[in-house]
Design a protein around this ligand. Structure first.
Ligand SMILES: [Zn+2]
Ligand SMILES: [Zn+2]
Length: 350
């Protein structure tokens, strides 16, 4: 009994000392300085010494809201060079937290021009400008990409001016403000200077979006396909034959139908019905992975994004007996594919 009382008084004393200390300015300053150091000098998830093909999900959700997740964004690192596929809302905040080295980003590639795939292009422009970009930000996209980047340039022209005047032309030169938009052509390799890298765009069906692409990335024998948004029209399956990783968007018709029944307003019911006809169902994504002999299926842009374990189990229920090698991505899910091996390492960077 005496020992218990001594232990309790010890714990209470520590608690009181902690409470008093946290109100001390010098203790607060020391903790804050350690925190800032940890943020600035923590190990970065990019550019390690090993030669790998790496994929990092910088945005895992569709336009349907999901706490803590950004909209569509897939980063691919091949050796020392980085390519980013889509820039949905919140993705640049993620990339900044991951301490993305923008000088290593060779291009941004846009699958299609729905808002959840382009919304953060202006933030990408700003962050890369601050980190010493030496030319307008290179953006590959479908027909009409020039219209999108010109629109952003017009909307952000006062911002470019303010920041240039405030920080100076040496820091943020006006000569490189803006975008260099380049139209993607179906089945024609994206030009790049990364040794051993091929980026092949292919048309997918996301009507009424009249121009929408998926991408196959090959680097020294390792391969990844990114589906973009599409119905199952056979294209993704064709380009995914024997790939290491298929990053596929998917909709759960089951869960969306349940949501429709509970929709509080008719507009929500209408949207939840309409979105079913231009996405690949989770069952179809599994069948594509199985029939294309894909090694691993990574689901992103999930509709809706499962919010807990039960919802995740229901979401993936249709994959039972079809395809087992799958992962639901979160923001920060990283897939490492070392060159010269068949290994696929999956971890989480945040
Ligand atoms: Zn989308
Ligand atoms: Zn879309």
């Amino acid at each position: 009994m005496k020992k218990i009382l001594i232990f309790i008084s010890f714990v209470v004393s520590i608690y009181i000392i902690g409470l008093v200390s946290i109100n001390s300015h010098s203790v607060q300053d020391r903790i804050l300085n350690i925190g800032i150091k940890n943020i600035l000098f923590s190990a970065k998830p990019f550019l390690d010494k090993e030669d790998t093909l790496k994929v990092i999900i910088c945005g895992s959700r569709s336009p349907l809201p999901s706490p803590g997740r950004a909209e569509s964004c897939v980063l691919v690192e091949a050796g020392d060079d980085i390519y980013i596929f889509d820039m949905g809302n919140g993705s640049v905040n993620n990339l900044t937290q991951y301490q993305l080295p923008w000088p290593n980003v060779k291009a941004v590639l846009i699958t299609h021009m729905h808002s959840d795939h382009i919304a953060d292009l202006p933030d990408a422009h700003l962050q890369s400008w601050i980190q010493g970009r030496t030319a307008p930000l290179k953006v590959y996209g479908p027909e009409g990409i020039n219209l999108v980047t010109k629109g952003f340039e017009l909307a952000y022209s006062p911002d470019y001016q303010y920041r240039n005047e405030h920080h100076g032309d040496d820091m943020l030169p006006m000569s490189i403000a803006g975008f260099n938009a380049i139209q993607i052509i179906d089945d024609q390799l994206i030009p790049n200077d990364t040794p051993g890298l091929e980026i092949l765009p292919f048309v997918v069906d996301h009507q009424p979006v009249n121009s929408s692409f998926g991408f196959k990335v090959s680097y020294k024998g390792r391969t990844v396909v990114i589906s973009g948004d599409t119905i199952h029209d056979g294209s993704v399956q064709k380009y995914s034959k024997d790939v290491d990783l298929l990053v596929h968007s998917a909709i759960s018709i089951d869960i969306v139908e349940r949501m429709r029944k509970l929709a509080p307003i008719p507009q929500m019911d209408k949207i939840l019905l309409d979105i079913q006809d231009y996405h690949t169902s989770i069952k179809e994504a599994g069948e594509i992975a199985r029939d294309a002999n894909v090694k691993h299926l990574l689901i992103y842009h999930s509709i809706p994004t499962p919010r807990n374990n039960v919802m995740e189990r229901v979401f993936f229920r249709p994959l039972g007996g079809i395809f087992d090698e799958y992962t639901l991505s979160d923001d920060g899910t990283r897939i490492i594919m070392p060159i010269g091996s068949n290994e696929i390492i999956i971890d989480q960077i945040n």
